[in-house]
Design a protein around this ligand. Structure first.
Ligand SMILES: Cc1cc2nc3c(=O)[nH]c(=O)nc-3n(C[C@H](O)[C@H](O)[C@H](O)COP(=O)(O)O)c2cc1C
Length: 222
């Protein structure tokens, strides 16, 4: 699919067909997700991909009984590591080996910067990990749709119950759920009118932030 088509035809889908996603395709979609950018390339994301019916049912129970969790082939818990230092050494060694940084002093300075982020209060680090991990979640959804696999991002879940149910170790933020599955007939039909978006000239501010009067969604600005 052309990138523009991937973006313009993606929809959050609740109804899925029974067609299974084969594992190689799923792996390719996850691989694409890992190409997302991240702060210092620290890649704090991890994906708990639930495919077994009883696992998806357990997730649904901590996701306010949202039916698409079990209807989808795979329900993904997108996790963000709140420890920025977790993968810092190999990441900066890679930068050094590939010439992105000139020497070991710079590498050590970068490691110190990351230690500084790691010393921040946990609420700051939760924001830190959510930034990069959300980009991976979006990349996952676009990569999936490029393979004809529909998705739905979800914040409707109880994070504490989720962590307990799936024994997620301390230090991981459940950032989002993403359902993945081939859409049921008509569920992702581009003929379905897209949910309205706020107009571009209301949300984009060139050079300075000047609030713009809100335009009703059904009357887009000229
Ligand atoms: C952060 C976030 C949380 C969301 N949470 C839920 C959710 O819990 N359940 C759900 O069915 N959809 C959820 N959605 C999907 C939105 O309702 C959907 O993206 C929005 O209505 C726009 O529709 P579209 O994605 O089809 O363009 C969420 C989307 C985002 C980005």
């Amino acid at each position: 699919m052309e990138f523009e088509d991937v973006v313009s035809t993606r929809r959050s889908v609740h109804e899925y067909s029974d067609e299974p996603i084969d594992r190689d395709t799923l792996d390719a979609v996850f691989e694409a997700a890992t190409l997302a950018p991240s702060g210092y390339n620290l890649q704090p994301w991890e994906f708990l991909a639930l495919r077994a019916p009883e696992k998806k049912q357990a997730l649904r129970e901590v996701a306010f009984d949202q039916e698409h969790v079990t209807a989808a082939d795979t329900a993904v818990v997108v996790l963000g590591n709140t420890d920025p230092t977790a993968h810092a050494e190999p990441v900066f060694d890679d930068w050094l080996a590939k010439g992105y940084i000139p020497n070991e002093e710079v590498r050590d300075a970068l490691l110190e910067n990351v230690d500084g982020i790691g010393a921040q209060p946990v609420d700051e680090r939760r924001i830190w990990t959510t930034r990069s991990t959300s980009l991976a979640a979006m990349t996952l959804m676009y990569a999936a749709w490029d393979h004809g696999i529909a998705s739905c991002p979800m914040e409707g879940f109880d994070p504490e119950a989720l962590v307990e149910t799936f024994d997620v170790p301390d230090g991981y933020e459940p950032v989002m759920l993403v359902t993945l599955g081939y859409p049921a007939e008509d569920a992702a039909d581009v003929e379905n009118e897209r949910k309205a978006r706020r107009p571009v000239d209301e949300v984009v501010h060139y050079d300075e932030f000047e609030p713009v009067a809100e335009t009703p969604l059904d009357e887009p600005a000229e």
